[in-house]
Design a protein around this ligand. Structure first.
Ligand code: PLP
Length: 390
């Protein structure tokens, strides 16, 4: 076979996907692994799609390349209502096949071969792979191990002559923590001082449990100054329980979005049209079912913390304020997190994700997802408890 590229040789498939494959061979596992909320989309979303499938021939065809106009208008309306943000739906909003595709289009549009991209770490593994795929070099800024806070001084030290962008994710996958206002200000100030892009991964957006109005880049007083370098990436996967539909959206300055759309055209042409119908119904229909998702996830977060508190001799953790993950640092073993996660699958039939997969600062922990039902969480923790104490 002819050689494949150096580009693909630089990247790998993330452990999030490998662990369920190992578990499939073992059988009978319960999962604290992949980041999927257990909910199904509410009836009004399904009804809108069913109706479109039978009554609207357009749903079987490509949509406009940047996304259906009604959906882009709905996105602009939502950003105005929820964040007081004014965006032009025609030139500054585009729909992608998941937040993941939007992030990749952003990386391919802004990262030149050899450019450095700053990532507070532990971080979302696909950000690293996307930077590498674009020919860039990830530069990790370790978060405080005790709190997962980002120290502005550490961030400033990471900036060099080749720095091109900073990626921030708040609430975070894998820590469930939020960035403080001072950390976000530091990101904005550095981006202005050193002419950098900011990619803000807003996948977990409204999935916050303690502070209903968390600090965000879009609420900073310097927002107007950073708008020309700010790429906001949103996902319908978690907030609307549409992971399998592959739909998300990005907001960016018109010229930059135009460049991202060239990559989008090469990759998918447009986001799946039926998924865009689902997204439109989710954004414009009743919001109560989605508020109920957040309440339920808060209860699952509390349940997860209670169960970890019972295992205080075995795990330490930082209480997550958002998303649906917790990094459980283990005290009972010094083995690498990958080996421990595999052993947990084989010996306790519980899927977790090795913390080492989330970059520097992740080793020595297991990432637990509380996206599953309370019954699943209870069963998983019962099994872990029996395994540890048995
Ligand atoms: C931080 C983060 N960004 C992006 C994604 C991808 O989301 P989507 O399903 O919209 O592609 C995920 C999925 O888990 C995520 O955790």
């Amino acid at each position: 076979m002819p050689a494949t590229t150096r580009r693909v040789s630089r990247i790998k498939i993330s452990a999030t996907k490998q662990m369920p494959m190992i578990a499939a061979k073992v059988g009978g596992c319960v999962s604290l692994g992949q980041g999927v909320p257990s909910f199904s989309p509410p009836p009004h979303v399904l009804a809108a799609v069913c109706q479109a499938l039978t009554e609207d021939p357009a749903v079987h065809r490509y949509s406009l390349q940047p996304g259906d106009s009604r959906l882009r208008a709905a996105i602009a309306g939502q950003l105005r209502r929820e964040r007081g943000l004014t965006v032009d739906p025609e030139t500054e909003v585009a729909v992608f096949a998941g937040g993941m595709e939007a992030l990749l289009c952003a990386m391919l549009a802004v990262v030149e071969e050899g450019d450095e991209v700053i990532l507070p770490s532990p971080c979302y593994p696909s950000h690293v792979e996307q930077v590498l795929l674009a020919g860039g070099r990830p530069v990790f800024v370790p978060l405080d191990p005790a709190t997962f806070a980002l120290d502005p001084a550490d961030l400033a030290r990471a900036v060099g002559p080749r720095t091109k962008a900073i990626i921030v994710t708040s609430p975070s996958n894998p820590t469930g923590c939020l960035l403080s206002e001072s950390a976000l200000r530091a990101v904005a100030d550095l981006a202005l001082a050193h002419d950098l892009f900011i990619v803000s991964d807003e996948t977990y957006d409204v999935l916050v449990y303690d502070d209903p109005v968390p600090s965000r880049l879009t609420s900073l007083p310097t927002l107007a100054d950073i708008r020309d370098r700010l790429i906001l990436v949103f996902s319908c996967s978690k907030r609307y329980a549409l992971t399998g539909w592959r739909v998300g959206y990005a907001v960016a300055p018109a010229k930059l979005l135009h460049d991202m759309l060239k990559v989008h055209d090469c990759a998918t042409i447009c986001a799946p049209a039926p998924a865009q119908v689902a997204a439109l119904a989710a954004l414009t229909g009743p919001q109560e079912p989605f508020a109920a998702f957040v309440s339920e996830l808060r209860a699952r977060r509390d349940l997860t913390c209670e169960r970890l508190d019972r295992l205080v001799d075995f795990f330490t953790y930082v209480r997550p304020q958002g998303a649906f993950y917790v990094m459980a640092r283990y005290r009972f073993s010094s083995e690498p997190s990958h080996d421990l996660a595999v052993r947990l699958i084989k010996e306790a039939q519980v899927i977790t994700i090795p913390g080492g997969a989330f970059g520097p600062g992740g080793e020595g922990a297991l990432r637990l997802s509380f996206g599953g039902s309370r019954e699943e969480l209870t069963e998983a923790f019962d099994r872990i408890e029996r395994w540890l104490k048995g």
